[in-house]
Design a binder for this molecule. Structure first.
Ligand code: 4AD
Ligand code: MG
Length: 432
């Protein structure tokens, strides 16, 4: 007898098969038992009819505990009443692994309780749907960059440099030296772009930020493309094409997950239309001031209410261009005619999800960069390899970083970034 996965049920209608699964839920009457079965690929219903099976099979079915692992034998049938479309008429059940007092029951639990049981919570249908969307974004990212001539290059995780500022670094011992967990692979990706032209990285990054917001993780995954012989305008086009491709991929391949999450497909479809609007930092400040945000002055960084207001004015992802130099990292290209702003952009997701991309054109001039490294209080000796890139064939180049979890949170339409990664590392949480 063939052993199949639930997701493939449609190819086995009328056949008797075996399925290894967990019992997510059950209900029964005197004559019939319904098992909600889950095998990691999908959920569907198993039906046990008392009059059609040996009495011990019916009794076993009625008494199965939540999350018992079972090997089910039965016939696949169409089931037009369920969204999934198929069910299994059960003829045999073998218990593979018992389960007693499973802590997560169908009733409501508090977030802390669920986070403490994250290793089990991942089994539930909503978490499952979110991880499917995350997986699709990972898959689509590789597809997009491979199809567009990018080479994947992996920057180190243990580093000696601080591309995004020295305040939120995780320090660790590296034998008799200090090292930091990477907060961005960008500087290494610039070296890689000079070697390969168009490159991207995809890896974990770490920020020891004391932020406790619904957008901040301590450990998160970032995609960092970098392109040689490329100015900011072309980089913005790559960014919007990439994000629209991610949205389209989720629409094409995550229909069931979107259904489970109650995410409206029509809302997501709007985000596949290009180009995305662009607004300068200057105009964004003016827009906010005109609309009653008297807490914002030219020169301030935006907080989430500001980003949300700007994004809501467009109803699409929006680029905010050319921020004040004083609030951005040392490596950004200076503006050709103004010395108060740099050539950069953040992409702000709609619906209040905030910044999902930070990027810029990079400074190419050796003397300028050296001065900026000094101005930012960084040790120039640690950056001499980076400065070499400006000594040996320096070219215009630009790149960006997209935060995977922020993008998952937005496309899944969920409240908090902590549910967008399997095991979140948060300010007060490194368990489980
Ligand atoms: O804007 P950031 O700090 O940019 C960089 O690190 C650049 N070096 C990228 C580059 O140009 N190669 O971070 C980029 C993105 C943000 O837009 C956000 O999506 C995500 O990374 N991000 C976080 N996501 C979750 N938790 C945090 N604490 C994050 N910090 C940044
Ligand atoms: Mg940023």
């Amino acid at each position: 007898m063939e052993q199949i996965q639930i997701i493939d049920a449609k190819n086995h209608v009328g056949q008797t098969v075996q399925i290894g699964a967990w019992v997510a839920n059950k209900r029964s009457s005197g004559k019939i038992a319904f098992l909600q079965l889950r095998d990691g690929t999908a959920y569907f219903q198993g039906v046990v009819v008392k009059s059609e099976v040996p009495e011990e099979v019916f009794q076993l079915a009625k008494n199965l505990n939540q999350e018992t692992a079972v090997m089910i034998t039965g016939e696949i049938r169409e089931d037009s009443r369920s969204k999934f479309g198929y069910e299994i008429g059960i003829s045999g059940i073998e218990v593979v692994g018992e389960s007693h007092d499973y802590p997560i029951t169908p009733k409501e639990h508090g977030t802390d309780f669920l986070m403490d049981h994250r290793h089990l919570w991942l089994r539930s249908s909503k978490q499952h749907a979110i991880m499917r969307i995350r997986n699709e974004l990972i898959r689509a990212t590789y597809e997009f960059f491979n199809n567009n001539g990018f080479v994947k290059i992996d920057p180190p995780i243990l580093t000696g440099s601080a591309p995004e500022g020295t305040t939120d670094l995780f320090e660790t011992n590296y034998f008799d030296q200090k090292a930091y967990l990477s907060q961005s692979g960008q500087l290494y990706m610039e070296a890689a772009a000079m070697a390969f032209g168009k490159v991207f990285s995809f890896g974990p990054t770490f920020r020891a930020e004391k932020s406790k917001t619904r957008r901040h993780l301590i450990e998160f995954w970032m995609i960092e493309p970098e392109m040689a012989f490329t100015h900011q305008e072309e980089s913005l086009e790559v960014q919007e094409q990439y994000v629209a491709f991610l949205v389209q991929s989720v629409l094409d391949n995550c229909d069931y997950a979107l259904h489970v999450l109650g995410r409206d497909r029509e809302v997501l479809e709007k985000y596949t239309k290009l180009p995305y609007p662009r607004i300068s930092y200057d105009d964004a400040v003016a827009l906010l001031q005109k609309n009653g945000f008297d807490d914002i002055q030219w020169g301030d960084d935006f907080g989430s209410p500001h980003e949300t207001f700007i994004a809501n004015s467009f109803d699409q992802p929006v680029f905010i261009l050319n921020y004040p130099k004083a609030i951005k990292p040392f490596y950004m290209k200076p503006h050709p005619t103004r010395d108060d702003v740099v050539i950069c952009a953040d992409m702000i997701a709609p619906e209040g999800y905030g910044e999902i991309i930070g990027g810029s054109e990079r400074a190419t001039d050796y003397e300028y960069l050296l001065e900026e490294i000094r101005n930012h209080g960084l040790d120039e000796n640690e950056y001499s390899w980076y400065l070499d890139l400006r000594k040996y064939g320096s070219v215009p180049h630009a790149g960006f970083g997209l935060g995977l979890e922020r993008t998952v949170t937005w496309l899944a339409g969920i409240e908090h970034v902590r549910e967008a990664i399997p095991f979140p590392r948060l300010l007060n949480r490194i368990y489980p």
